[in-house]
Design a protein around this ligand. Sequence first.
Ligand SMILES: [Fe+2]
Length: 190
Amino acid sequence: MLQRFYYEFFQILNRFTGTGITVYRRVRFEESDWAPYALFDSSRNYTRNLIATDHETFTLLLLCWNPNRESPIHDHPCDGCWMKVCRGQVQECRYVDNDSPIYANEEEKREEKGTSLQCISNQTASEGDIVFIQDSLGYHKIGNPSKTTLAVSLHLYAPPFQTCRIWYNENCKKPIQSSICHYSEYGKLV
Ligand SMILES: [Fe+2]
C-alpha cells in the first residue's frame, strides 16, 4: 500500500517537472511512514534501505546514518537526486572537478591544478529540509555531523542507476566505479 503511494507520488512529481521540489516539500512523510524501513547497522557508516522502485523511472531509498559518519564523495548518473531530512541533521559537502565548467575562476583553476576535486559548498540540512543535486551541479559527500544522534534521510533518484563513481577524498586523482547495494529492501534485510 505504502509502495503504491510512493509510486503515485512519483507520477505526480513527473507531471510537475521543474517544480519537483515544491511537490516533494508538500508531501508529508510522517515517522510512521518511514520508520518500518529505518534499519540501522552500527558497524556501518550508514545503511541504504530500499522503499520503492519501478526499476525504470525512480528509486526511493531511506538512508540511516550513524553518528559522526559520512559517505564517500560520489556522483549521480541520473537526472537528479532529491534528499529530504527525516530525522536529525545531514551535512553536505559539494565538489566540482577542476575541469568542470562550474569552476568559473580560470586563474584559481590553474593555481589548484593537480587537485582532483574542489569543495564549493558545505551546508547542513535539518529536519524537513530538501537538497537537490545532479552532476551538472557537482558531486557530494553527505553525512551525520552529530557525535551522538542518529540521522535519517529520504532519497529520491530519477531514474534509478546501478553504479556510480566514488572518490574516497578530494585528493583522489581518479574515482572508482562502485555498485549500488541495499542493506534492506521493502523493510527486510537483504
Ligand atoms: Fe548523493
